[in-house]
Design a protein around this ligand. Structure first.
Ligand code: NAP
Length: 541
């Protein structure tokens, strides 16, 4: 197993080598820095990480712009080679990366090893997608020179990369949604250079992963601007990156405040750019009377597992659950048994744990009718950053009069709302804003069609008799949803379809075959599926 040296400095590839600035003979204009902190012990972790300077931002953006044309020209198979080699480099450094991630996040080693599996799995998935090539949605309308009253020109279109993308790593997925995570994989696969703003909660993990990516890019002779990593413990570097004229898109996973701030910055530029922010949601669950009568205990146990999984720090955590007034006691008893038997759960950072406690406190203070059904025991709190799992309860009347009750509390909290009839349930669904998921528990005979039709307009993924946590990385996955869950409901940030965020269609009119990319050439040398005169085919023209 190789060991990667951690320097704590921005990684900008110079002369084809992954170097920190001091290694490259340049000094930092800005000497400010920060340390990672172990959320389990509060201990400060070495080394010191340097916040990127203005010069770092400028250099990273300049290099990314210089790399963009070569990346756009690279074939899908060439990009796939990079993604495949990245997986090898990451796996070779897995032990070191996972150990550091464990120290920085407190997440269990088993979870982190699983997350590494997911990370390399999604890199492979994107590699296979672009190696095959049909994702570019090639469309060909052949010329009709004899058409009257006007001839039709030859029109050939396909998706092309947007250009340099800034990725903000998420705190709750230090591997699968961070430096080499889904956003980076999708952007590189699309042919876009990537600059990652590392999440300050796991800078060491970020550096180790970035070095593995740079090793792969260097070994294959990719342009040094293909990838860069910058550190900061505040918003200055992220702001400068989003405002840089060379940047063409932003991908973000995190808080509503952060996502909205970046969306505003991206829109206010002289040249506005898309900002794909996934900002989480409370993922409402609707339990129909028949389902509750048939399996109250199983539903309670499924919900308890789902809302406490990962200490409730998943954007798909079920935060609001609607149950019928005549819910059997066994449902409440099961919830009390499971949650009451828990102890405090470790959280990612002290800040996140504090916001969780504040969120729970505020909800219980501001809403008179909310009662605490059960809270875990505080006695065995081991981590400095920790939260007590809690289930709260309120009425549908309260929910309908206080829309803020649907707002996410990030962490192990769940609000159960009792409803009297189906009309109230539909009214609650109608009141909802955008969510990543919505779930229905129902028996076959129950009429859920109106609810389902309504929820389709409120969420990106509809779950039937299941639980929203656990997001499959696959072609059909939609991890998105209307605002405020995301800033652009047309796209997903998980699964192969997330590549479409970083590409735009370009149409070539009457351009000679020889000048076209292989995807659009008459002989279809890549053998991809294309839409030729309105018909899907792999045939040649
Ligand atoms: P965050 O505060 O939104 O930060 C995420 C990243 O964005 C960090 O790198 C942060 O940089 C940067 N950032 C935030 N606001 C910015 C701004 N105005 N301009 C430029 N950069 C900005 O998220 P977090 O630290 O991971 O967790 C805080 C809260 O976010 C949680 O309590 C939770 O509510 C929510 N969260 C949601 C999800 C989700 O799945 N959607 C995931 C994790 C967290 P700095 O930290 O350096 O300022």
């Amino acid at each position: 197993m190789s060991t990667i040296e951690m320097t704590g400095e921005a990684i900008i590839q110079m002369r084809g080598d992954a170097k920190s600035l001091s290694q490259a003979g340049l000094s930092h204009a800005d000497e400010s820095g920060f340390f990672a902190q172990n959320p389990m012990t509060g201990e400060r972790l070495e080394p010191r990480f340097c916040s990127a300077s203005k010069a770092d931002v400028e250099m990273a953006a300049k290099l990314a712009c210089a790399a963009a044309p070569a990346m756009a020209a690279a074939s899908g198979r060439t990009r796939a080679d990079l993604l495949f080699l990245m997986t090898e480099k990451l796996m070779a450094a897995q032990e070191q990366i996972v150990q550091r991630a464990h120290l920085e996040t407190g997440l269990p080693l088993a979870r982190l090893n699983g997350e590494m599996g997911r990370t390399v799995g999604q890199l492979r998935l994107f590699a296979e997608l672009v190696a095959e090539g049909s994702w570019v949605d090639a469309r060909i309308d052949t010329a009709l020179p004899e058409r009257t009253p006007a001839p039709r020109p030859s029109l050939r279109s396909m998706l092309r990369p947007l250009g340099p993308v800034v990725v903000f790593g998420a705190s709750n997925f230090p591997l699968a949604f961070s430096v080499a995570g889904g956003d980076t994989a999708a952007a590189l696969a699309a042919g876009c250079p990537v600059i990652v703003k590392a999440h300050p909660a796991h800078p060491g993990t970020s550096e180790l992963v970035a070095r593995a990516i740079c090793d792969a890019a260097t070994e294959l002779g990719w342009h040094p601007g293909t990838f860069a990593l910058l550190f900061d413990s505040g918003v200055a570097v992220g702001t400068a990156l989003v405002q840089h004229p060379g940047i063409k898109a932003v991908a973000f996973t995190g808080s509503a405040a952060g996502g909205k701030a970046l969306m505003k910055l991206a829109a206010a530029r002289p040249e506005p750019i898309p900002c794909f922010a996934e900002m989480g949601s409370s993922n409402p669950v609707f339990v129909m009377p028949g389902a509750m009568q048939a399996r109250a205990t199983a539903i309670a146990s499924g919900l308890a597992t789902s809302f406490t999984m990962g200490s409730g720090q998943f954007c798909t955590k079920p935060g609001v659950v609607f149950v019928p007034k005549e819910t059997p006691q066994s449902f409440w008893q099961e919830l009390k048994k499971i949650v009451g038997g828990m102890t405090s759960l470790g959280m990612l950072t002290e800040g996140i744990a504090e916001r969780f406690r504040e969120g729970v406190g505020e909800r219980r203070r501001t809403v008179g009718a909310i009662e605490k059904i059960v809270e875990a025991s505080a006695e065995t709190q081991r981590a400095t950053a920790a939260g007590l799992p809690i289930v709260m309860k309120s009425s549908i009347k309260e929910f309908l009069s206080m829309p803020e009750l649907e707002e996410e509390i990030f962490g192990p909290a769940m609000l159960v709302i009792e409803y009297d009839d189906a009309k109230q349930l539909v009214a609650a669904a109608r009141q909802l804003r955008g969510h990543l998921t919505a779930t229905i528990h129902a028996e076959e005979a129950e009429n859920t069609a109106p609810l389902l039709a309504l929820l389709e307009t409120r969420a990106g993924r509809l779950v039937w008799n299941g639980y929203p946590t656990g997001v499959e990385v696959s072609p059909a996955m939609v991890h998105g949803g209307p605002f405020p869950a995301t800033t652009d409901s047309r796209f997903t940030s998980v699964g192969t379809a997330s590549i479409f965020r970083f590409a735009r269609p370009v149409c070539f009119q009457d351009v000679p075959d020889v000048l076209l990319l292989e995807e659009l050439q008459a002989t279809n040398p890549l053998g991809i599926e294309r839409l030729v005169n309105g018909r899907r085919t792999r045939e040649i023209l």
